[in-house]
Ligand binder design. Structure first.
Ligand SMILES: [Zn+2]
Ligand SMILES: [Zn+2]
Length: 187
C-alpha cells in the first residue's frame, strides 16, 4: 500500500468530517444497518429537529451537511433505507435520476452555476453512514483534504469510472444502465 493510499484509506472513512460522529465503528462496519439504529433514517423521523432540512417530499429528504466540505454541501437521501450505492441495480436508475434532478433543484435555489456543481456517492467501505446518500455540493471545496474525499475518476476502455472511492452521479446512472454495479474498483 503506498503512503498516500494508506493515508486516504485510514483517514477517509474514519475522519467523520462529513457525517455525524456518533456512529460507532462497529455500526459503520456492519453491512446491514437496521433502520432503527440508522442516523439517516432518524433524520426524517424522530431526530429530524437535529437536521437542517432544505428539501423534502414523500420519498426523499435533503439536509445540510453538519461539517460542509464545500461552499454548500447537502446530503440527499431516500426515505426508504438502502445501504449504499453498491446495492443499486438497473432497476434503480429512475430513482438515481430523480435524485440527480432534486440535487440540481436544490443547487438552483442557491444559484450555483453548472460548472460549480458536484454530485456523487461514496463507494463502500468509504461511506461512513450506511444509508445511501447523494453528496450535493457547490464548489469550491474548503480545503485540499476535503477535496480528496470526492475524487472523480474518469473511465477508460470498457469502464465508465476509474479507481475511486467516489462515483459521480452520471457515472452511476451509466454503470447501472449497462447492468453493472458500482464499486471502488473500475466499474
Ligand atoms: Zn437508514
Ligand atoms: Zn459519503
Amino acid at each position: 500500500m503506498s503512503g498516500l493510499f494508506a493515508w486516504l484509506v485510514l483517514r477517509n472513512p474514519l475522519s467523520g468530517g462529513t457525517h455525524p460522529s456518533n456512529v460507532t465503528e462497529a455500526a459503520s462496519k456492519s453491512r446491514v444497518t437496521s433502520a432503527e439504529q440508522c442516523v439517516f433514517c432518524r433524520a426524517y423521523s424522530d431526530n429530524r429537529n437535529a437536521f437542517n432540512i432544505v428539501w423534502e417530499d414523500a420519498d426523499f429528504v435533503a439536509f445540510r451537511d453538519r461539517r460542509p466540505s464545500s461552499l454548500h454541501h447537502f446530503q440527499l437521501i431516500p426515505k426508504n433505507h438502502i445501504n449504499s450505492v453498491k446495492s443499486l441495480t438497473k432497476e434503480d436508475v429512475d430513482m438515481v435520476r430523480r435524485m440527480e434532478k432534486i440535487g440540481n433543484d436544490v443547487l438552483d435555489q442557491y444559484h450555483v452555476p453548472s460548472t460549480h456543481r458536484r454530485m456523487g456517492f461514496h463507494t463502500p467501505p468509504f461511506n461512513s453512514v450506511h444509508h445511501l446518500h447523494l453528496h450535493v455540493q457547490a464548489l469550491p471545496y474548503v480545503s485540499l483534504a476535503r477535496r480528496l474525499k470526492y475524487p472523480v475518476a474518469g473511465g477508460f476502455g470498457i469502464f465508465e469510472k476509474g479507481f475511486s472511492w467516489f462515483a459521480e452521479v452520471g457515472q452511476v446512472i451509466r454503470i447501472l444502465e449497462r447492468g453493472s454495479t458500482v464499486g471502488t474498483l473500475p466499474s
